[in-house]
Design a protein around this ligand. Sequence first.
Ligand SMILES: Nc1ncnc2c1ncn2[C@@H]1O[C@H](COP(=O)(O)OP(=O)(O)O)[C@@H](O)[C@H]1O
Ligand SMILES: [Mg+2]
Length: 629
Amino acid sequence: PLAPRCLLLAGSATGCVVLGLLGTAAHCQEATVPADPTVPPGVPEPAEPPFDWQLFWTFLRPQLLALSAAVMLALGAALLNVRIPVLLGQLVNVVAQCARGHIPTYLREVQRPALRLLAVYCLQGLLTFGYIALLARVGEQVAGNMRKALFTTLLRQDVAFFDATRTGQLVTRLTADIQEFKSSFKLAISQGLRSGTQTVGCFVSLYLLSPKLTGLLIVALPALVGAGAFIGAFLRSLSRQAQEQVAKATVVADEALGNVRTVRAFAMEEQQARLFCAEVDRSGQLSEQLGLGIAAFQGLSNLALNGIVLGTIFVGGSLMAGNELSPGDLMSFLVASQTVQRSLANISILMGQVVRGLSAGARVFELLTLEPLVPLRGGGFIPAHSLRGRICFHHVSFSYPTRPGYPVLQDFSLTLPPCQTVAIVGPSGGGKSTVAALLERFYEPTAGTITLDGQDIADLDPSWLRGQVIGFISQEPVLFATTIMENIRFGKPEASDAEVYEAARQANADGFIRSFPQGYDTVVGERGTALSGGQKQRIAIARALLKDPAVLILDEATSALDAQAERAVQEALDRAATGRTVLLIAHRLSTIRAANLIAVLARGRVAEAGTHEELLRRGGLYAKLIQQQ
Ligand SMILES: Nc1ncnc2c1ncn2[C@@H]1O[C@H](COP(=O)(O)OP(=O)(O)O)[C@@H](O)[C@H]1O
Ligand SMILES: [Mg+2]
């Protein structure tokens, strides 16, 4: 009567392992989440940075208490797991004895080992709850702190950094990479600790139960696990290929759907559909191959595991016949060896996950240690009462860091006298916006200096310069997805409501804002109320005026507007310009001619300068530009 019962139990244990391996296979599929969706397939990724353990430690240290508690609990749960097969064996021994005819004493005999096992199960459940809860906390805290630190660091970076890096990639670092790192970290602690302890512990129990059977297992297991890991790696690479193929198909679809007007205009629907079909077919083939591989893997692993069970019972049975082993010992042995197999399988999955997590973490830490060339703060101020707003460009040369060999400005010199308007005109791409960017200190000149009231702006506090001295209004105003009130207040966070209203009045915006049902509380931005270009621009002007800047940069502020909107904006700009130094970049004659000085930018330097009349009389570049309008 024992044998069927024993087999039944062994069978259920096998079921567990198969489930575990199903997990493994599912993992193979999932293991391929492309590390970086912004990197097109086929482009080799740059060399991986090394993992910065020291930096990681600074994030881990505040969580040390919770982490140690989690580790202790996890260790406890693992040790109990090691105990369970032995207790189970003892129970089976009692049951087996009773089954041989001592039925009257069954309840009394079985009570103690059964209760002991139940207590261990309960304790193990409790410990498991404890360490998973604690680890979740530690993981979220570390990941959250990493996210915050990374975001702050990214925002501090030079503008040139953002020229060279795609924002999609940065967002991936901020979200997917940190997520991946967090899960690997949690898994390494929970699963790693558990599987490691269980493997070692169960081997010890196995050895104590039966050195002979253990010897047999030691021969069989590594070979099986090795083969499993090998096939697993093969499947993973197959699934990575499949994933990349899916990404290729997605690119085709994305491009065609996103540019449907162009596709339609060239009647390319069928050709695009053919292209997509081909990519989908290829990805289908790869996925089918992968499915085949997983199926074979599953089948083989089931066979192997059941083979081990069968072999153990076979050999164990002969040991039992020779009275070297009790039925309970055999039971313990089966369960413990299953635990070992499960743990080893877990460890092999874990390895891959940890490698991926470490490289995700390394990518994040690499960004975290980045220091901007121009810090946000630090440097001198000019007290408000002595600030005049005289700007001089002295022989400034500049090329963008992303295009080092291509000079945009060469020996550019220009003076903006206080409270006057200086216009820069020139062909598109001539470097006008670059002049404004240098004044904002978005970039550092390659040579030459820019001074404010005689002081090199490189010695002044950049935040003060941008936040309080310079107001910048560009062609495409950017509003944030919040209320108009908050959007204007962006210019000066501590401004009162009255100041905001006044700035809006100055910017010709108060009227239309109050005509909205929600007035200043109207939410704008991508999901909010759609504003016209002219309205957006006037809000942007109010935002710039709120900080009452001594210097105002207008970079083609009205060029995206229609004639009527332009009038309202121009009126606001004229009012805004009085009493300030204005750098006016424009291409419309109407806006330029009133400037105190007009500088024509050609080949990176000021080719000619003067008033509208002077330059017209001269009949040079400016005259030609005006003629073209
Ligand atoms: N962020 C940038 N990185 C690299 N090159 C740039 C960048 N911005 C502008 N350029 C290049 O610098 C030149 C001047 O650009 P810009 O100052 O915007 O001209 P403008 O405002 O006169 O039309 C152009 O050739 C442009 O391609
Ligand atoms: Mg420009």
